[in-house]
Design a protein around this ligand. Structure first.
Ligand code: C2E
Ligand code: SIN
Ligand code: SIN
Ligand code: FE
Ligand code: FE
Length: 435
């Protein structure tokens, strides 16, 4: 037996039906409100339409209810027209939705086919790069077995792409420490970079470990470029550079011979002071790359004496005032001559400053203390040491102890005390070779 909607026996009917009606309106309004919330969240026009339909259903249902029929029959007539409107609206929505779905589907299909062909194109391009790259590309698994071996660089090794895949790097490159050291390093999780020799080729190789997210080594990726031609050019350049340096230095040797001859220098003075100065400079921590210039400076220290007449240079007695005037110019003349010779410019300090004194009473500029270049301070000690222990045209040689006493006495006067101390230690150790 059907019971009329919203009517419960024993309860005041119109009142109850109003309560139930109100409740149903509230619930439907909540449904309407929820659809509005959904619209705001998804910004979807289909939800807007759904909300409109829901709203119309709520209105229609409300107008069509028994309570409205009873109270305002005219309005109920209006409500009876609503289903037809709803059906039309539903159809319209269905058609629009279908159109939109077809459009969406077609766009998705287009996108998919575009990305498929882009993918294929990328793959082709990548394969081309891998095939044609003038390098060797390879990968190892974590046991050192090749999983990939590609690239034009393989030709130089006499290998086909993929030929070594499946074999261990330790077997393929057995005995090649260059390659295997790098592989071991990469397999233990470090980047490796080196020049590796394979047969008669030289490769610049880089290997890096492949790590899983936990940091465990799962393999190695390597790339190597054939740099044989470059290495050959470099070593030729080095050789010709060395030949040039040798030519410079033998030219210097020739000059030194001519200078010593003219200056009536004791046999071997220049070579001796050069060797001892280089040794002392090394002890004092002058860097290796400066020593080559220091050596050239020492060899040429008195080149300025070319400007001094023989009569003065070979004079047996003491020099007079005019002669000293000339003699004090020899470092200046050296500076004028040599400052135009590019490769000797860094060697000028000794030539220009070897007669400066620590106390400032030297010549030609009267520099003092650390404003005198270190190489010249070192050289001055050795030069005087060797002059005193040799016969000069103007003085007899002194014995070793007297020379050492003189140097000690002049520490802080003529000489840099730190240099004197280092030199006396060197003498005491007997590490200064005679000859
Ligand atoms: P040099 O013969 O190569 O001497 C280099 C330096 O060693 C001298 O620089 C001086 O500091 C030191 N030395 C050489 N002999 C003696 C010496 O008997 N006693 C002392 N205390 N030090 C000595 P200096 O004095 O600036 O001389 C520069 C150059 O002038 C010398 O080069 C030498 O060619 C010339 N010269 C110096 N004194 C005389 C001299 O009395 N007669 C002549 N003919 N030439 C001298
Ligand atoms: C959504 O965008 O996740 C749902 C909205 C819709 O397409 O109806
Ligand atoms: C030099 O460097 O040529 C001097 C060393 C020597 O032969 O005594
Ligand atoms: Fe000198
Ligand atoms: Fe000298």
């Amino acid at each position: 037996m059907r019971r009329p909607c919203c009517v419960r026996p024993g309860i005041d009917r119109p009142f109850m039906s109003q309560i139930v009606l109100l409740a149903s309106i509230v619930i439907r309004l909540l449904a309407f409100g929820w659809s509005v919330v959904l619209v705001r969240r998804f910004r979807d026009w289909r939800l807007v339409l759904l909300s409109a339909v829901l709203a119309l259903m709520v209105v229609r249902h409300t107008l069509n209810s028994r309570w409205v029929r009873d109270e305002w029959p005219g309005i109920a007539d209006l409500a009876s027209a609503l289903p037809a409107i709803l059906v039309s609206l539903g159809l319209l929505i269905a058609v629009i939705l279908l159109g939109r779905m077809i459009d969406d589907y077609r766009a998705a299909l287009d996108r998919a086919s575009a990305s498929t062909s882009a993918l294929a194109e990328n793959r082709t391009r990548l394969q081309f790069v891998v095939d044609q790259a003038p390098v060797v590309l390879w990968a190892l698994d974590n046991a050192g077995v090749f999983t990939l071996s590609e690239g034009r660089g393989l030709e130089a090794l006499g290998l086909e792409p993929g030929e070594v895949v499946g074999r261990s790097v330790f077997e393929v490159y057995e005995g090649n420490t260059d390659v295997l050291n790098d592989a071991r390093k990469a397999l233990s999780g470090h980047r490796a970079r080196s020049l590796a020799r394979v047969g008669d080729r030289v490769f610049e190789s880089r290997q890096r470990p492949l790590l899983d997210p936990s940091g465990k080594v799962v393999g190695v990726l390597g790339v190597a470029a054939d740099v044989t031609a470059r290495e050959r050019a470099m070593s030729e350049l080095e050789e010709s550079n060395q030949a040039l340096t040798d030519a410079y230095d033998s030219t210097l040797e020739g000059w030194v011979g001519a200078l010593d001859l003219r200056d009536r220098e004791t046999e071997g003075h220049t070579r001796r002071v050069t060797r001892v100065t280089v040794e002392l400079a090394r002890r004092l921590g002058i860097p290796g790359e400066d020593l080559v210039h220091l050596r050239r400076g020492a060899l040429l220290h008195d080149i300025g004496k070319i400007g001094i007449p023989d009569s003065v240079l070979s004079k047996t007695g003491p020099l007079d005032e005019d002669e000293w005037e000339l003699m004090r110019q020899h470092p200046v003349w050296a500076h004028e001559m040599i400052s135009r010779v590019g490769f000797l410019q860094p060697a000028l300090d000794i030539m220009y400053c070897h007669h400066e004194r620590w106390d400032g009473r030297g010549y030609p500029r009267g520099l003092s203390g650390e404003s005198i270049p270190l190489s010249a301070r070192v050289f001055a000690v050795v030069d005087v040491w060797d002059a005193l222990r040799s016969d000069r045209p103007y003085s007899e040689s002194w014995d070793e102890d007297r020379v050492a006493d003189y140097l000690r006495e002049q520490a802080g006067g003529h000489f840099d005390p730190a240099v004197v101390e280092a030199f006396l230690n060197m003498l005491a150790e007997g590490s200064v070779q005679e000859a």
